[in-house]
Each structure stands twice: as structure tokens, then as C-alpha cells.
Design a protein around this ligand. Structure first.
Ligand SMILES: [Fe+2]
Length: 263
């Protein structure tokens, strides 16, 4: 398996706090069935936080230690890019990274909103040959209220990555229910651990993976967990299967109740 969303690099962002923790995370990755991880350090803009040189140095230090400890885990670089109007400029000038050098870019939306310019920026990326992947949309409070915001973005060419820990309720019930709805309506194309440590937000995802398989069935599970990440790493085209608008159960029940009461 390949993890497309990870904060495993030591002392680089709010993820792993030191090399010891990164190695402990690496061991957990291997135990949980992963052979490759894209280290997606947060990127907030030029001059804000770690830049590419910092990531390259941290990656090479971690790779040396993995070698020395005999841990068989490959590390790729990427960024989790916070949405901003200059995001494309930073990618094109080489200040921020796509996922493992591919055409796919991991985008982090603000936690509580989907700014008006989101659609335009994601469209601009595609015009320039990139494919945006929205990181953990199930955690965005606006998408929780209206999941069809994501449907519109997916319809217009974006893809989406679900956090595996959202499946088990680590981020609360609303996030868990939204995760289930987005999966049900084919709005999720990748999963990731988004692991930040060897404790709470960790690479321990066996239970989440089991739950995912139960929810989506073997064929879609294979596509989401194995096939799509493999195609991404090879920078190949990934087809999206039938995204559908989300029908909220509450709304449907409401309509049915309304009809029953009229009848
Ligand atoms: Fe993240």
C-alpha cells in the first residue's frame, strides 16, 4: 500500500516531533501493510514554514536512518498545500511540490469554509495540466453541512482523499457520517492516514481499512486503496467512477414523511 498523506518527516511541521518518532511511525507503517509513503508537509506559502530544501534534507536523514534500522519503507516528497490564490504560482515556480513529482496536487481547504475562489483556482490548475486532490473533505465544516459542495468540485475535475481515521470516528460523529456519505456517492478516490505521530493520529489503520472494505465492497476497495495510488505514483490518468449528488438521509426522510402526512 501507498500512503498519499503523511507528516512523517521529523521536526518539519506539526507532524513527527523527532527522528525517534519518525522511525516508530515507519515501523507502524510497515506493520499496517504500507511499503511507500508520500511525506506531505504543510505548505502555507513562500517564506512561511519549511521550504523544499528543508524537506529534502529531512527526507534524506530519514532515509539514512530507515536504512540503518533495516525498515523497508520508501519515502517520496510532496506538499499538502493550503488553498490560496497564489498556489499555482508556487507550484509552477517549483517552491511547492505536487505528490511524488506527479501531476496530482494535494490541497488543504480551510477548516471552516470553502472560499469563493476555490472553484476558479482548482480550474486553473487543471488548465495547466494538474489534478487537484482535496485532502480530507469530510473534515470541512461547510462540506459537512452541504456535501454537494464536494460533488460540484469533483464534477468539475477535482478528486478527493478521505482520512482513514475519519471512518472510526476519531474526528467525531459528523465527520464519520460525512465520510460514509462521500464514499456512498462515489466522491472519494483515495484514502490516506494523515498521520502526525505514532500515537493518536498514527499509521495504525487496520480497523479503518476493514470498515472501508465493508462499506464500499471489494472492487472499489481495491481501486481506492491500491490501484489509484499506484497510478498516481506513476503519474498516469485515473478515471473517476460515477460521482453522484449526495442525498441527505434526513432530507429524504423528511420528504417521505411529508408525503405520508399528505397521503
Ligand atoms: Fe495533513
Amino acid at each position: 500500500m501507498i500512503d498519499l498523506h503523511s507528516h512523517i518527516l521529523p521536526e518539519i511541521d506539526d507532524g513527527s516531533k523527532d527522528m525517534e518518532m519518525s522511525l516508530s511511525m515507519a515501523r507502524l507503517y510497515v506493520e499496517n501493510g504500507f511499503e511507500r509513503v508520500v511525506a506531505t508537509c504543510h505548505y502555507f506559502g513562500e517564506g512561511k514554514g519549511p521550504q523544499i530544501e528543508d524537506l529534502e534534507m529531512a527526507k534524506s536523514e530519514l532515509e539514512d536512518m530507515l536504512d540503518r534500522e533495516g525498515i523497508d519503507l520508501k519515502i517520496e516528497l510532496g506538499n499538502e498545500l493550503y488553498l490560496s490564490p497564489d498556489i499555482m504560482e508556487n507550484i509552477q515556480s517549483g517552491k511547492a511540490l505536487s505528490l511524488a513529482g506527479s501531476r496530482y496536487i494535494l490541497i488543504e481547504l480551510p477548516a471552516n469554509e470553502v472560499p469563493d475562489y476555490t472553484e476558479d483556482i482548482l480550474y486553473e490548475m487543471q488548465i495547466k495540466g494538474y489534478i487537484p486532490i482535496i485532502a480530507h473533505p469530510e473534515r470541512n465544516s461547510k462540506i459537512i453541512r452541504n456535501p454537494n459542495i464536494l460533488y460540484t468540485l469533483v464534477e468539475k475535475g477535482s478528486m478527493a482523499q478521505l482520512n482513514l481515521h475519519s471512518m472510526t470516528g476519531m474526528y467525531g460523529k459528523d465527520v464519520m457520517n460525512t465520510a460514509a456519505a462521500l464514499l456512498k456517492y462515489n466522491l472519494i478516490h483515495f484514502v490516506g492516514t494523515d498521520s502526525h505521530s505514532d500515537r493518536r493520529r498514527s499509521p495504525i489503520v487496520k480497523n479503518s481499512l476493514k470498515l472501508l472494505e465493508t462499506k464500499v465492497g471489494k472492487e472499489r476497495y481495491f481501486r481506492i486503496v491500491y490501484q489509484n495510488p499506484e497510478l498516481l505514483i506513476q503519474d498516469k490518468v485515473i478515471n473517476k467512477i460515477n460521482p453522484e449528488p449526495v442525498v441527505k438521509r434526513g432530507l429524504l426522510n423528511g420528504l417521505m414523511n411529508g408525503l405520508l402526512s399528505i397521503g
